[in-house]
Each structure stands twice: as structure tokens, then as C-alpha cells.
Design a protein around this ligand. Structure first.
Ligand SMILES: Cc1cc2nc3c(=O)[nH]c(=O)nc-3n(C[C@H](O)[C@H](O)[C@H](O)COP(=O)(O)O)c2cc1C
Length: 177
């Protein structure tokens, strides 16, 4: 299986990156091919809503998305890893999601499995509700089958995720695909 992994944290050793490391380790142990993109450190611009893709079937912006687009369409699974920023995914990851627009029809025509990995500082019962609702809506619209989430809750500082069960959950998720 070909898995597209998108990491949306600017913290290279952050908590969501650690979840993604473990997920990838599990996926590779199961024999899957993982294509990892550290989108927070790529040159990716916001969608301009120019609708050129509606005419050409592709996005005219020549930036980091051109590396991601071919895999985005043909991957069998997608894993989104993000810190929680003001109740949603990071802006760095949202930029990429908005650019899905450039291949919208092709993307929706290729159903995938999907996984969400997220880290947040607070530990209130509803801390992740908005992010999970967004992820669920994305899955429904993009024809993705949700295969689960690994969530690091109550972790602010880099390294706070170490020793939490969510790391093992991320590994198992990767292995179970
Ligand atoms: C701009 C910003 C916004 C944040 N917003 C939230 C939030 O709404 N809720 C929360 O619980 N934590 C919030 N946090 C804390 C992060 O989610 C937390 O530190 C997380 O572990 C970061 O993940 P990372 O290490 O993968 O970058 C915020 C942090 C930053 C920098």
C-alpha cells in the first residue's frame, strides 16, 4: 500500500511529528511504502481561488505542491499529522488541504483510507472536537475511509508525548493498514 504522510507542525521534533514517526515505523514494518512530506517546511502557497484548475485540470502555481500532487491522487492511504492550533489543524497543513482543490475531481475519484494524528496542549473533554469534526467532513467529502486517530492530549512542550500510550497507538495504526 502506498501511504501519503503529511506533517503540519513547524516543530521538527514536536509531538505530532513523533506520532507520525511511530505511525510510519508501523506502516513500514507492515511492508507499506510511506511518502513523507514535512509540509510545514516546504514552499507551499495558499490557494488563490483563480479557478485555473477548473479549466486546465491542474494548479498553475509552481511550488511544493507539485511534488505532492501526483502522490495525493494515487496514494491508497493518507495520514494527516498536526498540532492543534486554536481548535483546528495548523495553518501550514490547511494550506495544503486547500490546494487539494487543484485536483479535486481526481482526488475524489480515488477513495483512500485515512488516519489523523494530532497533539494538543489542553486536556478538556471537548479540546479536539472541532478538529475531529473537520477531519470527519474531509473524510466524507474526499471519499476517505477513516481508519482511526492517535491523539496526544495535554502535551504542550516538545517531548511531552514520550511515554504516552498514543505513541504505541500510532505505531499499531500504521501496522494495521
Ligand atoms: C499557535 C498555537 C495555537 C495553539 N492552540 C491550541 C489550542 O487551541 N488548544 C490546545 O489544546 N493547544 C493549543 N496549542 C498547543 C499545541 O497544540 C501543543 O503544544 C502541541 O503539542 C503542539 O504540537 P507539535 O509539538 O506537534 O507542534 C497551540 C500552540 C500554538 C503554538
Amino acid at each position: 500500500m502506498k501511504i501519503l504522510a503529511l506533517s503540519g507542525s513547524p516543530r521538527k521534533k514536536g509531538n505530532s511529528v513523533r506520532l507520525l514517526d511511530e505511525f510510519c515505523r508501523g506502516a513500514e514494518a507492515a511492508g507499506h511504502e510511506v511518502l513523507f512530506f514535512d509540509v510545514a517546511h516546504m514552499n507551499i502557497h495558499a490557494c488563490l481561488a483563480c479557478n485555473a484548475c477548473r479549466i486546465d485540470g491542474s494548479c498553475f502555481q509552481q511550488d511544493g505542491m507539485q511534488e505532492i500532487y501526483p502522490h495525493l491522487v494515487d496514494a491508497d492511504a493518507i495520514v494527516l499529522a498536526t498540532p492543534l492550533y486554536y481548535f483546528g489543524m495548523s495553518a501550514q497543513l490547511k494550506l495544503v488541504i486547500d490546494r487539494f482543490y487543484g485536483v479535486n475531481e481526481a482526488l475524489r475519484a480515488h477513495p483512500k483510507q485515512a488516519v489523523l494524528l494530532a497533539a494538543c496542549g489542553d486536556a478538556e473533554e471537548d479540546t479536539l472536537d472541532a478538529l475531529l469534526a473537520h477531519y470527519k467532513a474531509l473524510c466524507s467529502y474526499c471519499h476517505w475511509q477513516d481508519r482511526g486517530q492517535a491523539l496526544a492530549i495535554g502535551v504542550y512542550d516538545i517531548g511531552a508525548v514520550e511515554g504516552l500510550p498514543c505513541l504505541q497507538e500510532a505505531y499499531e495504526l500504521g501496522k494495521s493498514l
